[in-house]
Ligand binder design. Sequence first.
Ligand code: NDP
Length: 277
Amino acid sequence: MKQKTMALHNGLEMPRLGLGVFQVEEGQELIDAIKFAIRQGYRSIDTAAIYGNEAGVGQGIREALTESELHREDLFITSKVWNADQGFESTLQAFETSLAKLGLAYLDLYLIHWPVAGKYKESWRALEKLYAEGRVKAIGVSNFQIHHLEDLMKDAVVKPMVNQVELHPMLSQTELREFAKQHDIRIEAWSPLMQGQLLDNPLLQEISAKHGKSVAQVIIRWDLQHDIITIPKSTNAHRIAENADVEDFELTADEMARIDALNENRRIGPDPDNFNF
Ligand code: NDP
């Protein structure tokens, strides 16, 4: 599988599909999943300080590079500053800690994990500094609503390149996607498979049967055809391979519209306007 990419507004090419590792503990299963994914052609890995697995992600990356012809520059590694670490100096410190755990010299993308009120602008200044110094190739945010983006951009020198948000057919985020498009910010979907809760959806099953692909593959295809960067999580070799095997079919405009119509603005994760962590 050759990985397709999408240019961020600074010209950096980001893979459209990556591997998520939320809720995967440190250990051999994680290391094996990273190595298997990279062997399968994945080039992008999404972790975060709060996942507590950056050391294992780094170990998997090192082993995968040793066992292949690939170089660090072939990979796209994302991490995120956790809420408790937000603020200028503490974000800079959190970045160093993440980098040390990962055992990397730089990150491809560093995100503000949640829009902590009163803090995220200071955190953003830290990300701008890291970006200016070349410690990270792109910077962005996560879980930002339109009003958070508007507020951030009032003072920002560098516009966020990515906004990673909960997004799946039950929460299609059309207004946020439109806003992001106008501002040249790429949207990345977290929990794209709604953590497995869409697998028995009758419409998705019907479309899946028609194409001879799985429901997960149909959802991932829906993301990609909407220019949404997507990071399905799996630690299972079969499903890691399955989630990346999505280039041999295309959803019709009618199928895309029918999946769009499933939207219920239904979240499985916290609401960015009402979280307390
Ligand atoms: P996903 O929507 O990716 O779903 C993952 C679940 O689906 C797992 O239980 C997995 O099980 C299962 N699964 C994966 N592939 C298939 C398949 N082909 N068929 C059937 N089941 C499948 O959920 P996540 O919440 O993990 O989201 C993805 C990533 O997004 C995270 O790992 C993380 O990197 C990021 N994220 C970011 C957040 C943020 O605030 N910025 C919040 C939440 C997530 P199995 O492993 O057994 O295959």
